[in-house]
Design a protein around this ligand. Sequence first.
Ligand SMILES: *Cc1c(COP(=O)(O)O)cnc(C)c1O
Length: 455
Amino acid sequence: MKTIIEPFRIKSVEPIHMTTPEQRQKMLEKARFNLFALRSKDVIIDLLTDSGTGAMSSEQWASIMRGDESYAGSPSFQRFEAAVQNLMPFEHIIPTHQGRAAEAILFSILAGIGKNIPSNTHFDTTRGNIESSGARAHDLVIAEGTDPNSLHPFKGNMDLKRLADYLDKHGQSVPCVMLTITNNAGGGQPVSLENIRAVAALAKSHGRPFIIDGCRFAENAYFIKQRESGQQGREIADIVRDCFSVADGMTMSAKKDGFANIGGWLALNDADLAEQARNKLIQTEGFPTYGGLAGRDLEAIAQGLTEIIDDDYLRYRIRTNEYIVERLDDMGIPVVKPAGGHAVFIDARQWLSHIPPLQYPGQAVAVGLYEIGGIRSCEIGTVMFGRQPDGSEIPAAMDLVRLAMPRRTYTQSHADYIVETCAELMESKDSLKGYRITKEPKIMRHFTSHFEKLA
Ligand SMILES: *Cc1c(COP(=O)(O)O)cnc(C)c1O
């Protein structure tokens, strides 16, 4: 069959509150054109993030009732630990309330002034946790990874030559080598199994621990199965095990490929590191058998991990993004290709070439998608990255708009609606105006800035 259907039936629904363009115009003005300031009920399709926004299965809801809330030694922890170890064969599994808490604990032990930590591309919370310790974070993704038009099948790969030079140059100041799968900040692009193994070998030959940021491990494994020679016909779970069996540890946000609304973990093989991490965990998150989570959350993650490695689910998920990217590409809307695992990225700088970067073409596209179709997306460009620590403002490397797909939440007709909204925006794109920021905080300005549309 050509039609790839959603591989689930719907048993419980959440109504979408429909709005008119006139109502949305008013809401935008009230929000000062900052989409983070909208109430979610005023959004028709919410593509702000894929983090913690997915739908849980009936089995996950059932497992929630099984949650055992004992302070110590809960069987829910044992189920959680077994489910993680089934896919990621690490000795020590340390639950946390989110991925960033796992990072904060890891880097409180490994990072610090004078340290240097490489990755393909550090996610922003990873970078934040490294840099706030006084260490430096470096991105060594392959050159194709930053070219929106390159069709390289594994644009998230680490540049092995640069990593080897980096390890030689920085020597003992490198406490670990990180690798993000898929590469979120690089557009959700995958890393090949061959590259994962090569990074592991390089780290090992330099005596450095190798830590995977595994937030989208199942999407990454699906890309490996589709695109890497010799991997077709294998079980996703086996590919996942191969990826993690060459690492010394991992950080994880269960809000991504844990299929949960909250949660995360830090996993390590080294007993001494794990003991330090657990001591820090007790200080900041909670006792080691619950971390920052309730027993029911641990159950939801344990069940989620058995569902996320399903071929049918992954085919539907990856295909949805490919479908939207193909349609937008056919229309002449510049998009990052090939489609990533969790989101579609529109290249707003190229599309709205009449709006200079310092007038935020990405914001103009994001606001336009909301005006026309009530779709909430996220500017990833000069609004997010343009303000420099010295107070000056420069264009970001790219002005992208991210349409992040929540898991198991939207259907084919929603995908068609997204495509139609983009087609409508295409009609009026030459009349779109840039923006000016009228109020902004000192850091992370994209969350709370006020905007004014230029005349
Ligand atoms: C989301 C994410 C994190 C942080 O996880 P949270 O649960 O949001 O704290 C870290 N790394 C990557 C690649 C992510 O996508």
